[in-house]
Design a protein around this ligand. Structure first.
Ligand code: NAP
Length: 242
């Protein structure tokens, strides 16, 4: 068995999660790479992770599906326990509240909050027993400021920030550190359809961020350098929300 520590990154077949998986692999972690549906993209990220010298285990499941999470992660956790968990899987279903269907409300809350709950609950046990671990939740500016057209997403990400702070308090004595990273606009599929010409002028740094710029902060929070940071929300947003 490898002596390298394991990092489990959810939603890592592309975008921010893929950049986090690759950065943590370069930092020396073996990667458990979760994703939901894009097998080809996940296999390509796994290839890059392995090229960086890490092992990569693909963990395909919907993080919001309790039995799928138990079936895929449960057996792995019988033998090994990640040192780092990055709860990144997510998506938005934007529409004004007056048009929002109950399915759009529940789906977005579920992927971010049920996903956080189901995966973290399983992985936390090993961290508490070992008395070490880092949990990093990918929130959003939307959960800090609120964004029109994202009542579901803002609620989910604000909820994730609350959960981050509460869990940080519960686990501090066992040296399990829990933080959130709150990205602003980041260049991924998620923002592909947005009008960049309207968004960029609103960003003080004058550009959309990159997945790698988010991954660097996660890398820091997962490292020994961040040993006195817990319960915090670190914004990576080009100054759009202060
Ligand atoms: P993305 O490029 O659309 O990638 C989303 C990833 O999440 C994919 O790997 C997808 O897997 C996975 N995923 C989605 N639903 C899932 C589920 N139910 N179970 C497991 N995996 C699931 O999105 P992104 O922009 O990188 O966003 C990543 C995280 O950052 C999200 O939590 C998002 O809310 C947050 N965020 C993004 C931005 C931004 O501007 N991009 C800003 C703030 C916060 P498959 O494709 O394989 O199905």
């Amino acid at each position: 068995m490898s002596s390298r520590k394991i990092a489990l990154v959810t939603g890592a077949s592309k975008g921010i999660g893929a950049a986090i998986a690759l950065t943590l692999a370069r930092d020396g972690f073996d990667i458990w790479l979760n994703y939901r549906s894009d097998h080809a993209a996940a296999a390509e990220v796994a290839r890059q992770v392995e090229a960086a010298g890490a092992s990569c285990r693909l963990v395909c499941c919907d993080v919001a599906d309790a039995s799928a999470v138990k079936e895929t992660l449960g057996p792995l956790l019988e033998n090994e326990s990640p040192e780092v968990l990055v709860n990144n899987a997510g998506h938005a279903k934007d529409t004004l509240m007056v048009w929002m269907g109950e399915d759009e409300w529940k789906d977005v809350l579920s992927v971010h909050l049920d996903g956080f709950f189901l995966v973290t609950k399983l992985v936390l046990v090993g961290m508490l027993k070992r008395r070490s671990g880092r949990i990093i939740n990918i929130a959003s500016t939307s959960g800090q400021s609120g964004v029109a057209g994202q009542v579901n997403y803002s609620a989910a990400k604000a909820g994730l920030i609350g959960a981050t702070k509460a869990l940080a308090l519960e686990t501090a004595k066992r040296k399990v550190l829990v933080n959130a990273v709150a990205p602003g606009f980041i260049e991924t599929d998620m923002v592909a359809g947005l009008p960049k010409e309207k968004i960029v002028p609103m960003i003080p740094l004058g550009r959309i961020g990159t997945p790698e710029e988010v991954a660097e902060v996660v890398s820091f929070l997962a490292s020994d350098k961040a040993s006195y940071i817990t319960g915090q929300v670190i914004a990576v947003n080009g100054g759009i929300y202060l």
